[in-house]
Design a binder for this molecule. Structure first.
Ligand SMILES: Nc1ncnc2c1ncn2[C@@H]1O[C@H](COP(=O)(O)OP(=O)(O)OP(=O)(O)O)[C@@H](O)[C@H]1O
Length: 759
């Protein structure tokens, strides 16, 4: 139906006009306030001679005000283009008032009576839009459940302030709006989905902050998108307790962070900590260490032909990231802990103030929750107090001894001169001893503690790995070959001061247990995306070191390409990391790919021998049939892609990826395309910026990304074997396109794709 024919078209147009003028006035007012503040600010900076603190403080306040003003201005400018996207008409039980609730990305209030003109999508009442259907409905707010009736649910398409479409849902269908959204082409960045969040996604976004949440979602189910919306939701709803800096999102690499970088600002959220595990580890270790390329192990395994050697490496790495490894590390740290307090007691001269056992008890029992260094700080206070308490008693004792000595001298020595000398000597000795007592009270405790040496995490780790104890224990779980591989790579890396990604978690754990964390780390909620590639040890370490934090963990086991360390089963994480306190939710619907593409990907992943493979259910959206083209060489592949690119020049396909299996394959194709004059960016894993729309990328680095069209240059049986890693790498590549997928095979097609027709 043309929009003009909608019965409420005029009413809606009027409301939009009203909102836009309201926003304009508000914007003007904010600009005026900003001008005043900027003036004040320049005054503050311009008067360095004034040493009173007032201008400085007011300058600080003004800076903060202008910061938030800047954010407000940005939001209003955004809202001008699209102030709201939906409306829900709701009557609360017991009321006659039919409220028209317009829902947008930011709240807009009438400044006189604070009546909302637009409700923020994160507000409790906005949940009516996401979960309520026409008829009886309720929402939960801090005062409890509010019941009532929904009379209308409406969606709007507003572009640059112009009303383009009105859609009444539950009358027509919710899908129409979603379909339109999904058919749009991929920008080369992820975007917000506030207007089309689906019920299963909404439950994840709005889940309780304080319960750890684990989400298993198929490829394209919106995990990354939801993770970001959840942060925006939590920031809005817990704004009294936390600031954006208390939230941290951990993503696989810098490129990925760049890919998602626009969503939070679009949602009006800034200053959230966005990092990778490596970066965070450097921060905790308070030292930037030389790390082998994170994808080093993976590309080693991808390229290695010797199956025996491959099995040894996988065995070693699985162990190094396992619960068993962490148990042995704990055992070692217990030994360190039990041997840390020296045998000597805390004493002055021969007088014992604290016995070794008493100190050890404080260390091992009373303060066992603290890192070693913090425990020593506490013990130092005990020693100092005891020394202070003993001071008077000791001095009194010294005085008494001195008095007895003096009277003995007086009675025994007759010569006056000699007697005087002896008395002076005795008093001097007494004073010297009192001086020693005073010195001891001042610095005895510090001196005692100073002798207890806590090594660095790196020293302990080294000692641990190279110990007989580690060897004996490790050999209970792994073969001698795997043990030798583990130790020899460690020693080899050590020569060049290098570490591997898998070393980080144990290093963090040791640092946390021994020296503790810097006060600067203020994280309260951690969101981990692509968590299937995290090891149990990594998650355990994060959970332990950031004690009071809550977690949202999202991943897809089907895409677990770092299978030698990653999660194999979410139950392990629930049990071993969260003591069965975590909530577990799944996402089965995929929003990215067409039915035809998803069917192929589902069949490929079914080759995995896992018992529980979650197959993706695509949203009803059809595309072209997937076909495989058999060719003779990479030259043919590139020829084919090149002619396709010409044909696509005037189409809607804008972002294109050629997804190879290995980096070497990608380099080769990239070179050939370059010679032909095509400007593709080669992604090697070290990029920080993600700006190109045409990329050549190895499958393991394409995880998380999406493109309008994807080319798989060679899906032959010589490249992709029927094993876990190859199946997963192929699956990742197959699930990246939104609209178009072209597969080539140089020679025989791999087993997993044999069912696809060839031409
Ligand atoms: N409710 C939704 N409405 C519209 N688009 C959606 C919705 N949910 C997800 N999408 C779109 O689906 C695509 C996939 O989302 P996203 O990348 O967040 O999924 P993912 O589960 O992290 O995928 P993967 O695991 O494959 O990396 C994105 O284009 C996103 O905008």
């Amino acid at each position: 139906m043309p929009i003009e024919k909608h019965p409420d078209f005029q009413e809606e147009l009027k409301y939009l006009d009203f909102i836009l003028s309201f926003l304009k006035i508000h914007h003007k007012r904010l600009l005026a306030t900003k001008a005043i503040l900027t003036k004040e600010l320049s005054k503050g900076i311009g008067d360095p001679k004034d040493d009173s603190s007032d201008p400085y403080i007011s300058m600080l306040i003004n800076t903060q005000l202008s910061d938030t003003l800047e954010e407000k201005l940005e939001k209003i400018e955004h809202a001008h283009k699209k102030p709201y996207f939906a409306r829900v008409d709701f009557t609360e039980d017991g009321s006659k008032n039919r409220e028209k609730l317009y829902i947008g990305k930011m709240c807009v209030l009438d400044d006189k009576n604070f009546k909302p003109y637009i409700i923020d999508w994160r507000a409790p009442i906005a949940n009516l839009y996401y979960e309520g259907r026409l008829g009886k409905a309720h929402y939960v707010c801090p005062d409890g459940k509010i019941y009532g009736e929904i009379h209308l649910k409406r969606q709007y398409t507003i572009e640059e302030g112009k009303l383009r479409n009105i859609l009444d849902i539950d009358i027509t269908t919710n899908d129409e709006f979603l379909q339109a959204f999904l058919s749009a082409n991929a920008d080369n960045r992820l975007k917000d989905i506030v207007s089309t969040i689906q019920v299963e996604q909404n439950r994840i976004i709005r889940a309780d902050m304080w319960k750890p949440l684990i989400v298993q979602g198929v490829a394209g189910s919106g995990k990354t998108t939801i993770a970001l919306h959840r942060i925006a939701y939590l920031i809005y709803n817990y704004d009294k307790d936390f600031v954006p800096e208390n939230y941290m999102i951990i993503a696989p690499n810098k490129l990925f962070l760049n890919y998602i970088s626009e969503v939070l600002p679009e949602l009006g959220v800034n200053r959230v900590k966005q990092t990778t595990f490596e970066e965070f580890a450097f921060e905790v270790l308070e030292r930037k260490i030389k790390l082998k390329d994170v994808n080093n192990t993976l590309s080693l395994l991808v390229n290695l032909k010797d199956e025996k050697q491959k099995n040894i490496i996988v065995e070693a790495l699985k162990f190094k990231t396992s619960k068993e490894f962490w148990d042995i590390l704990d055992k070692y740290l217990k030994q360190v802990e039990y041997n840390l307090i020296p045998d000597e007691s805390f004493k002055i001269g021969k007088i014992e103030l604290f016995s070794h056992n008493e100190i050890n008890e404080l260390f091992l029992k009373n303060y066992s929750d603290l890192p070693f260094a913090k425990r020593l700080n506490e013990i130092k206070k005990h020693l100092q107090n005891r020394a202070k308490l003993k001071k008077d008693e000791l001095i009194e004792k010294l005085n008494k001894i001195c008095d007895v000595e003096i009277s003995k001298i007086k009675n025994s020595i007759l010569d006056l001169k000699e007697r005087q000398a002896k008395i002076t000597e005795t008093y001097n000795k007494r004073d010297e001893l009192i001086g020693k007592v005073n010195d001891f009270v001042k610095s005895g405790a510090s001196n005692y503690i100073k002798h207890i040496k806590i090594k660095t995490a790196f020293e302990y780790y080294d000692e641990f790995l190279l110990s007989d104890m580690f060897k004996e224990n490790a050999l209970n779980y792994i073969s001698n070959d795997a043990y030798e591989y583990l130790i020899s790579t460690y020693i080899e890396n050590k020569k060049s001061d290098l570490f591997e990604y898998e070393d980080l978690a144990p290093l963090l754990y040791i640092k946390y247990k021994t020296l503790g964390l810097s006060e600067k780390i203020k994280v309260k909620h951690i969101v981990i995306d692509e968590a299937q590639d995290f090891s149990v040890l990594q998650l355990h370490v994060l959970k332990n070191i950031i004690k009071d934090s809550s977690f949202t963990i999202l991943g897809d086991l089907n895409q677990g390409i770092h299978y030698y360390r990653g999660v194999r089963n979410w139950n392990d994480i629930k049990e071993l990391v969260f003591n069965n306190t975590a909530n577990y939710l799944t996402l089965e619907q995929t929003y990215r790919t067409s039915i035809e593409i998803m069917d192929v990907a589902n069949k490929v992943i079914s080759y995995l021998k896992e018992s529980e493979i979650q197959l993706a259910k695509p949203v009803i959206r059809h595309g072209d049939k997937v076909q495989i083209k058999k060719v003779n060489s990479y030259k043919d592949v590139v020829e084919n892609i090149a002619s396709d690119l010409e044909a696509l020049k005037n189409s809607n396909i804008k972002s294109i990826a050629i997804i190879g299996k290995t980096l070497e394959e990608c380099k080769e194709i990239h070179k050939m395309l370059k010679i032909k004059g095509y400007k593709f960016s080669l992604i090697t894993g070290n990029e920080k910026d993600y700006s190109s729309k045409l990329v050549v990328v190895p499958s393991y680095l394409s995880k998380g990304l999406e493109f309008d069209a994807v080319y798989i240059p060679n899906a032959s049986s010589s490249l992709y074997q029927n094993n876990e890693l190859d199946i997963k790498l192929l699956y990742v590549a197959l699930t990246r396109p939104l609209h178009k997928l072209c597969i080539y095979s140089i020679g025989e097609v791999c087993d997993m794709l044999k069912f696809v027709s060839c031409n």
